[in-house]
Write a new protein. Structure first.
Length: 963
RNA sequence: GGGCCCGUAGCUCAGCCGGUCAGAGCGCACCCCUGAUAAGGGUGAGGUCGGCCGUUCGAUUCGGCCCGGGCCCA
């Protein structure tokens, strides 16, 4: 029993008061009823809904229904067919799905064909691991057999991932996805390559790659292990023979290297443009030092002390100080110049962004055959890339004085030669991390090898075309444009060859006499046909003469055995999927991937398409950030902060995961963690309960109940206005791909406008009014509209829940919320004047609830129906605003008195609602046992009913009697 | 180490071109309801707008540096 508030003179109407009910009043009420459960139980319910969709073949129905509508093509960036889904792939596919479903419901034909990237090293590597476990030797297996195993491996993971994506609720053509290893895809990819070949955009050049002299093969980054290695280090003089700077004449630059064997391959020296250098003259040296008093040396100021110490230079004088940029145009002599009459070429000083002052001398010896940086710098400045080392690690004739020597045994001979020519300044040893082969564990070298390239700045002007295409493309968010542009501007020629097995071959013949690739459309066509028939294996299984036909003899040609870079393959998917399939279209409306794909798929697709078609394969590129943990740090096994979408599916359900996707700003990194998931659960429950309230109060709704908006109370018209606003937001936000804004607005609408206001206020009319009361009919009409709108708007995100709710009302066999369109809302619902007025009305309501809250705290009231406050509204326009509004109904009080006069002292006010004051007052009368309002009229009712309830109950009794 | 990007209440997000209180929802606290009930309503407390230094009459909003984080290179 609650204690009565001290000083309360009037006896509080109490709920505990025994009420004599002569009839079962509850039977006369329209209490909410529905089978739609409050508890979602998504992990159990979602799979059932999924099965139903499959039974219905919902996808086929969607396609059927959308036939002839304008197409919306989101071209799927193919995930790699290896391993289970992680949060990143889940985010990506869900975002795509939300967009596709939204476009479909906006009236487009949003066909979505998912794809997989199948070729490439990771799978090859896995299969090879398997071999090793079983003690088999990959090199002993025929390439075609090896490829078959790779194919089977990819096939397996496509099946796994497909099921996992579908479990996420992702809709798409899962029966006919695309894969890069399908025969027609392999043929199509080759056809794209042939376009580059035939248009002269393919050349063979040299590139420095990681090479194992033991296995005699190039290695990819993933096959490289880093171990400590002790290297002989040397400091070498390069005499300056020409320079715009007079003080440098007769001086030497000093370089430092950990690979003496690369000296014969030297072709330049790199400096840092922003590094400070100093020209010194050696004065005194330690005994045994290779430095000479009087000689002049150039090196980075920052490296001076340490180098002098190492070289045994005791004292020196500074002759000059200069910025790196000043070194441009200077030329040195090779330190081995004259050896066997060779090395006489000039060695230019070139600016290199990779030069640092952390180690060495701030001057880097550049051997284009033996390093990535070296190679790129050489390419940029047209340096020769000498073939100094053979595949077995021995020097070729291009390294005079050392030919035949193995590079791993070359340090001492090279040093001896340098000493002999007075070029060596100092030597030492260094233990450092050095690349080794994962197979043989032998140290690796960089070696110049033959590779195939697509030129960026050749006659076709690929770079310029790509840059122009970027300008013509919409980027969401806009910053993606700069990122991609920056990469295209500076990237080197595209090296598309790999010395691997699992991929599409660079099916090219090279003329043995000229070294030029054979450019013959007929030959290319014969190859493509063969690939279509039996896959790219044909390149290895068929007799080359079959491809060459009658006009060429295979003896005259070298058959290239390299395969294509997988980025060329995925970069070609726009051609092999969008152009080939009649149910799609080229170019794509949208490419959507993580921000790493600026370097990857966005990039390769752009180049491929610009090279073959002169424009981008997409009109719009959308990028999202990466999934990180609750603290914003990347997930990793070692940190133990990895969250799996598959686990979340079991604990929370796909709809929660999907809600997560639209609740976060995907343009930046997206966090996920326990607290975030709990928050999403709250949001989900709010949405679910909103749907449940609608369903429960729409029980037995018949179309005849409907009322025209014009005949509705203002409260209903205000809800319709809000719906119209949201309807516009749906279109707007889909246009801008702004789902946070949209779903934030919908959630707010459900919380603030519906739950806290409309639903709460209308419970009285819905439960207690007569079935045919205009007020109740209006409310039910609006609930029906709300249900239509909300289920549609939520359908792209809460694919399962929206379906469950829809079926709860429309249980037809073939029914699905996903077969609907977003409702078109009449312009007549828009009423800004009413909306503005209701802003004020809600502010007035806030003053009332605020005043009642104090009464509650003071224990003078409990339920708001116990009050009938006095509201002071001195402003005439405020009183006018309330003309057609029942303020007591709105505030859920049993009565209200509006007074035009200024309020008495002590009346309740709110700072931000001027000219509104409330004096709380208890409602007079007795409590109606049916609707719980406290009204004077109830006192005179023998049954303790208000007038409204009396009428309803009597009619109910009459009907019951008649029946 | 380089390029690009990010850092607003416990959480997720708003805050246009610099100048009236830095807002919303959720969570939290307290209260109420018990005919949306493992629901619902009300009220309230939470922010050095990452830090420092500048530009300015004035900066969360501009510039620089630092710290933390991410992607891509090296």
């Amino acid at each position: 029993m609650r204690r009565r508030a001290p000083g309360a003179r009037r006896r509080r109407p109490s709920d505990r008061e025994p009420v004599r009910m002569s009839r079962d009043l509850r039977a006369t009420l329209f209490l909410p009823t529905t089978d739609f459960p409050m508890k979602a139980d998504l992990p159990v319910r979602e799979p059932r809904i999924l099965e139903r969709w499959q039974r219905l073949d919902l996808w086929a129905r969607l396609r059927e229904q959308a036939r002839g509508r304008p197409k919306f093509v989101l071209h799927d960036g193919p995930p790699y067919a290896n391993g289970h889904l992680h949060m990143g792939t889940a985010l990506n596919k869900i975002l795509k799905d939300v967009i596709n479903r939204s476009r479909q419901m906006l009236g487009f034909d949003a066909n979505y064909v998912p794809g997989w990237d199948c070729h490439g090293l990771p799978i090859e590597w896995q299969v090879e691991q398997d071999y090793r476990r079983k003690g088999r030797d990959k090199d002993a297996v025929p390439i075609v057999a090896f490829r078959a195993e790779c194919r089977a491996y990819a096939e397996h993971w496509i099946g796994v991932q497909s099921a996992e994506f579908q479990r996420l609720g992702v809709a798409g053509d899962w029966q006919r996805p695309y894969t890069t290893m399908a025969f027609e895809a392999e043929a199509g990819i080759f056809r794209e390559l042939a376009k580059f070949l035939l248009s002269g955009q393919l050349y063979r050049g040299k590139k420095s790659v990681m090479w194992s002299v033991v296995e005699k093969t190039a290695l990819a980054d993933a096959e490289v292990e880093y171990h400590d290695h002790t290297s002989t280090t040397i400091w070498v003089r390069f005499p300056i023979v020409a320079s715009p700077i007079a003080s440098l004449h007769g001086a030497s630059v000093v370089i430092w290297t950990t690979t003496p064997w690369t000296i014969p391959g030297n072709r330049a020296v790199a400096y840092g443009e922003r590094i400070a250098y100093r020209l010194i003259e050696v004065e005194t040296v330690r005994d045994g030092s290779l430095a000479r008093a009087g000689e002049r040396l150039l090196l980075a100021t920052e490296r001076l002390a340490e180098t002098a110490d190492t070289a045994g230079i005791l004292t020196f004088a500074t002759l000059d100080e200069l910025d790196g940029a000043a070194l441009a145009g200077s030329v040195c002599r090779h330190p081995l110049a004259g050896l066997e009459g060779a090395y006489g070429f000039p060695v230019p000083l070139l600016p290199g962004s990779f030069v640092t002052t952390e180690q060495g001398t701030g001057l880097v010896h550049v051997a284009p055959s033996h390093g990535e940086d070296d190679f790129e710098l050489g390419r940029k400045h047209g340096l020769e890339v000498p073939d100094t080392v053979a595949d077995d690690g021995t020097y070729t004739a291009a390294a005079p004085g050392f030919t035949g020597l193995h590079v791993f045994k070359a340090a001492e001979p090279v040093i001896a030669a340098l000493v002999e020519r007075g070029a060596l300044l100092a030597r030492g040893t260094l233990v450092h991390s050095y690349p080794h082969s994962w197979r043989s564990k032998a140290p690796l070298i960089f070696r110049a090898t033959d590779q195939w390239f697509i030129p960026m700045d050749g006659p076709s002007g690929l770079r310029a075309k790509a840059l122009a295409a970027i300008e013509a493309t919409r980027f969401v968010p806009a910053k993606g444009k700069n990122r991609l542009r920056g990469m295209i501007e500076t990237r080197p020629d595209w090296c598309i060859s790999r010395q691997r097995a699992w991929g599409v071959p660079i099916a090219v013949f090279v003329d043995k006499r000229t070294g030029e690739p054979l450019r013959d459309p007929e030959v290319c066509e014969r190859i493509a046909r063969a690939f279509e028939e039996e896959g790219a294996d044909a390149w290895w299984t068929r007799d080359p003469q079959e491809f060459l036909g009658d006009r060429y003899r295979k003896e005259d040609f070298e058959k290239v055995d390299d395969i294509l870079d997988v980025w060329f393959e995925s970069g070609s998917t726009h051609a092999i999927v969008l152009e080939r399939r009649a149910d799609l279209a080229w170019p794509a409306d949208l490419y959507l991937e993580g921000s790493d794909q600026h370097r990857g798929w966005f990039h390769s697709s752009l180049l491929e398409s610009c090279g073959t078609r002169g424009r981008a394969p997409y009109d719009c590129v959308l990028t999202h950030g990466f999934v990180v943990d609750a603290k914003g740090e990347k997930m990793s096994k070692s940190k133990g902060n990895v969250i799996s979408p598959l686990d979340l599916m079991k604990t929370h359900g796909a709809d929660i995961l999907r809600l997560w996707v639209v609740s976060a700003d995907y343009s930046e990194d997206i966090r996920i963690g326990k607290e975030i998931l709990e928050g999403l659960g709250e949001s989900y429950r709010r949405l679910r309960n909103t749907l449940r309230y609608l369903l429960a109060n729409l029980a037995g709704f018949r179309p005849e109940e409907r009322l025209e908006p014009a005949a509705m109370p203002e409260l209903e018209r205000w809800v319709l206005h809000r719906l119209h606003e949201l309807g516009r937001l749906v279109v707007e936000c889909n246009e801008s791909f702004d789902y946070v804004r949209l779903y934030g607005a919908i959630l707010n609408f459900c919380t603030v406008d519906l739950s806290a206001l409309y639903f709460d206020v209308r419970k009285d009319a819905l439960y207690c009014d007569a079935a045919d009361s205009p007020r109740r009919r209006a409310a039910r009409t609006v609930l029906d509209i709300l249900f239509d709108c909300l289920t549609a708007w939520l359908a792209p995100v809460l694919v399962f829940t929206a379906e469950e709710a829809w079926l709860a009302r429309h249980p037809g066999e073939g029914e699905s919320v996903h077969l609907r369109l977003f409702p078109e809302l009449p312009e007549s619902w828009r009423d800004p004047e009413l909306a503005a007025r209701w802003e004020r009305i809600r502010a007035i309501r806030r003053v009332i609830t605020g005043a009642l809250e104090i009464e509650r705290k003071e224990k003078r009231i409990g339920a708001s129906l116990q009050a009938a406050p006095v509201v002071y509204l001195p402003r005439p326009e405020d009183r006018a605003a309330l003309a057609g509004v029942d303020l007591a109904e709105l505030a859920i009080t049993s009565g209200i008195e509006i007074v035009a006069e200024p309020p008495p002292a002590g009346a309740f006010t709110l700072e931000d609602v001027p000219e509104v004051a409330v004096v709380p007052r208890l409602a007079a009368g007795s409590k109606c046992v049916r609707c719980w309002q406290i009204l004077p009229e109830v006192a005179s009712s023998p049954e303790s009913l208000c007038r409204r309830c009396t009428a309803v109950v009597e009619r109910h009794a009459a009907r019951a009697g008649a029946a």
